[in-house]
Design a protein around this ligand. Structure first.
Ligand code: DSN
Length: 443
């Protein structure tokens, strides 16, 4: 029976989400729109199959095809990133990072990652993440001008001799200096892990340097600029194998039996399809356009008077610093933009004068919009909508007092629903979006 007849309630929700995505613009830099081919693989019957183990060594029968699916995806990943070993089974980036640390470190050893509030990731050692309970976390930071503080990385590494240094993060608008990180890691004998989750598609599309000659290990999620399903991959480089010839086996064992059970074969097939797409010549043009769009959007925002962390972008991501207009301004701009149909997320900025829950920045990215075919003129339009919205809400200021703060935010959110100014702009955005269909929804 068809889903709409079997379960109309769920069907209607799925239809509503299709409409929401079509009628709004995704500007969250970690999101993208997968192709109908990737979605097709994701909804295949591979979802029903257990395949604990690895190709040729499974704990269940019936895995002849599963073995070929996993091997094909692994081979594509090896070719796309030019690495000798890849594990495509991690359920997402968080368990992938946990598996890496457990493969190469003893409990209690030191890990060094970029502080979460400066643009790192929870699993790079944030104080409330398991990664800082099992290992000793020593975060490094951004400089005042929004660049990674390599002097601090070097000083901390020399003093504390970490077992692993992690480079990469979630809100870094500039190129990651892999070579400089490698020099520091090599000097102190640490593993270097490049977490390229945000920029994997830019690397395959040759718009960002690859970490493969510099890092021992590379981890990426598969759904951001790479435009695949939600999943992750761990890669071991030649340099990694030179440091530890058993690194590939160690990573495989850390995933299963160390951390996970049966792999999600439908996701692995979807990753394989996404990698196939990423290795076509059109993907390079896509990656190039992502960066061009981000640069245009950054310039337009600056021309409107906005301040950006690091003064611009080298990649797909822009971090707006709203702190000069008051503290915690992301708390207002994020829902106000959502009300007109633009989804960008509030985010902390380095040295945020506010708190993570009421951050002073807004994070924007162009991967999803570029998938829909937006180019420079549309980036100008988006900058104009952001400017109008920021101006419309400029009177709202976050009170210091916690009770007053909660009351004011409640009031602000209620006003979003009743203020007809938003309805006007929302219709404009909706109409604009009709010109740019989401590829996966076309069929
Ligand atoms: N949540 C992701 C991001 O938005 O960057 C990182 O895992």
């Amino acid at each position: 029976m068809q889903l709409d007849q079997l379960d109309p309630s769920m069907w209607q929700l799925l239809q509503a989400e299709n409409r929401r995505q079509q009628d709004t613009l995704t500007l969250i830099p970690s999101e993208n729109h997968t192709s109908s081919a990737v979605l097709r693989a994701l909804s295949s019957v591979l979802s029903d199959k257990y395949a604990e183990g690895y190709p040729g060594k499974r704990y269940y029968p019936g895995n002849e095809i599963a073995d070929q699916v996993e091997t094909l995806t692994r081979d594509r990943a090896k070719a796309a990133f030019k690495v000798p070993c890849v594990n495509v089974q991690p359920y997402s980036g968080s368990p992938a990072n946990l598996a890496i640390y457990s493969a190469v470190l003893e409990p209690g050893q030191t890990i060094m990652g970029l502080n979460l509030l400066d643009g790192g990731h929870l699993t790079h050692g944030w104080k409330f993440s398991m990664t800082s309970k099992f290992w000793h976390s020593l975060p490094y930071h951004m400089t005042a001008d929004g660049r990674i503080d390599l002097d601090e990385v070097r000083r901390l590494a020399k003093e504390h001799k970490p077992g692993i240094i992690i480079c990469g993060g979630t809100a870094i608008p500039r190129a990651i200096p892999f070579k400089e990180f490698a020099e520091i890691a090599d000097e102190v004998g640490a593993y270097l892990l490049a977490d390229i989750s945000h920029i994997a598609g830019l690397i395959v599309g040759e718009q960002h340097q690859s970490p493969v000659d510099f890092a021992h290990l590379v981890m990426t999620t598969t759904h951001k600029t790479l435009r695949g399903p939600r999943g992750a991959m761990i890669m071991v480089t030649e340099k990694g194998l030179a440091k530890n010839a058993e690194l590939g086996e160690k990573i495989d064992k850390a995933i299963i039996p160390g951390l996970q059970g049966g792999p999600h074969l439908n996701t692995i097939a979807g990753i394989g399809v996404a990698l196939h797409e990423a290795m076509q010549t059109e993907f390079k043009a896509y990656a190039q356009q992502i960066v061009e769009n981000a640069k245009t959007l950054a310039q337009e925002l600056q021309a409107q008077g906005f301040k950006l962390i690091s003064g611009g972008t080298d990649n797909h991501l822009i971090l707006m610093d709203l702190s000069y207009t008051g503290i915690g301004r992301g708390t207002f701009l994020d829902p106000a933009l959502e009300q007109i149909g633009l989804c960008a997320n509030r985010n902390t900025i380095p040295n945020d004068p506010s708190s993570p829950f009421y951050p002073s920045g807004l994070r924007l990215g162009t991967p999803a919009a570029t998938t829909r075919g937006l180019k420079a003129p549309e980036m100008k339009q988006i900058a104009d909508w952001i400017t109008q919205t920021a101006s419309h809400i400029k009177g709202w200021q976050l009170p210091e007092d916690k009770t007053a703060r909660l009351a004011l935010i409640k009031d602000f959110k209620a006003r979003l629903k009743t203020d007809s100014w938003y309805t006007g702009l929302n219709s404009e955005v909706k109409q604009f979006c009709q010109r740019f269909p989401i590829p996966g929804l076309e069929t």
